[in-house]
Design a protein around this ligand. Structure first.
Ligand code: CU
Length: 253
C-alpha cells in the first residue's frame, strides 16, 4: 500500500474532506502573526533609531493621546471577530456539530485504554453486541456479552483501524480508564476520549494509505507507545479485508 503520510517542513498531507478547512485557519493565523511581527519590527526599529540618545537633546515624555493607543487593538479585535464569525463558527458547526447520517457512513466504536486503541465493528448483522465492563478480560478486551446474539459476529481489532476511502467514518469514542486523545494529523482530527462519555467523531478520508493514530493526551508511563495505524483502503479492498476477519468471541455453535 502506498505510504501517503508525510511530516516535512509544512503541515502533513491533507487526507480528509475537512482538512483544508482546518489548514485555512492555521495558515491565516500564521500569516497574520507574521505580518504583525514584521510591522511591529519595522516600527520598533524606526523608533529606536529616531529617538536614540543625542548629546544636548533632553528627553521629553509626551503622549499622542489615549485614543491612538487603541487603534492597533481595535484592528486586531476586528480581525479576530471576523475570523470567529466568518470562519471559526461555520467550520466548527460543519466539522463538530453535524455528524453524517448512519446510512451513508461506516459506524464503529473506538475504546481507548492504557495503552491501546480497540476498534469495534458490528459484523455482518450491522448490530453492535452488548458490552459489559464485568466481562472484560485479556481475550475479551471490550467485554462483549457472548449471550447477546448481536455480539456473536462482532469484530474487534486492536491498534488497527481499517476504513474505506471516500465514505464518512463515524464512531463513538470512549475510554476505559483515563483521558486519552484520538489524533490522526493527516485527517486533522483530534478528540479527547473520556471515561464515562461517548463522544461522536467523524471524518471522511480522501486518499488511500496508511496513517498513524497517536494519543495526544499524556495518559501514563506508556503514553508514547500508545499508537495505532489507520489503513484507508479502496472500497473493494475494504470489503475483502472485512470478510476475512474472524469474530472476536469464540464461536460456540
Ligand atoms: Cu493515551
Amino acid at each position: 500500500m502506498e505510504q501517503a503520510s508525510n511530516y516535512g517542513w509544512s503541515l502533513p498531507v491533507a487526507a480528509s474532506t475537512f482538512a483544508k478547512d482546518i489548514d485555512f485557519g492555521i495558515n491565516i493565523i500564521h500569516v497574520a502573526m507574521f505580518a504583525i511581527f514584521i510591522l511591529w519590527g519595522i516600527y520598533f526599529t524606526y523608533m529606536l533609531v529616531k529617538y536614540r540618545h543625542k548629546e544636548g537633546v533632553p528627553a521629553r515624555y509626551k503622549h499622542g493621546g489615549v485614543l491612538w493607543s487603541f487603534v492597533p487593538d481595535i484592528v486586531v479585535l476586528v480581525f479576530e471577530l471576523t475570523l470567529i464569525f466568518l470562519y471559526a463558527i461555520p467550520s466548527w458547526s460543519r466539522i463538530k456539530m453535524s455528524v453524517p447520517p448512519a446510512g451513508k457512513s461506516l459506524v464503529l466504536e473506538v475504546v481507548a485504554e492504557q495503552f491501546a486503541w480497540s476498534i469495534h465493528y458490528p459484523g455482518p448483522d450491522g448490530k453492535f453486541g452488548r458490552k459489559d465492563p464485568k466481562l472484560v478480560n485479556a481475550s475479551n478486551v471490550l467485554g462483549l456479552d457472548p449471550h447477546d446474539p448481536a455480539a456473536k459476529d462482532d469484530i474487534v481489532t486492536v491498534n488497527e483501524l481499517h476504513i474505506p476511502v471516500g465514505k464518512p467514518t463515524v464512531f463513538n469514542l470512549t475510554s476505559k480508564d483515563v483521558i486519552h486523545s484520538f489524533f490522526v494529523p493527516e485527517f486533522r482530527i483530534k478528540q479527547d476520549a473520556m471515561p464515562g462519555m461517548r463522544v461522536p467523531v467523524w471524518f471522511e478520508p480522501t486518499m488511500a494509505g496508511k496513517f498513524e493514530i497517536g494519543c495526544a493526551q499524556l495518559c501514563g508511563f506508556g503514553h508514547a507507545l500508545m499508537r495505532g495505524d489507520v489503513f484507508v483502503h479502496s472500497p473493494e479492498e475494504f470489503e475483502a479485508w472485512l470478510s476475512e476477519q474472524k469474530p472476536a468471541l469464540p464461536q460456540t455453535s
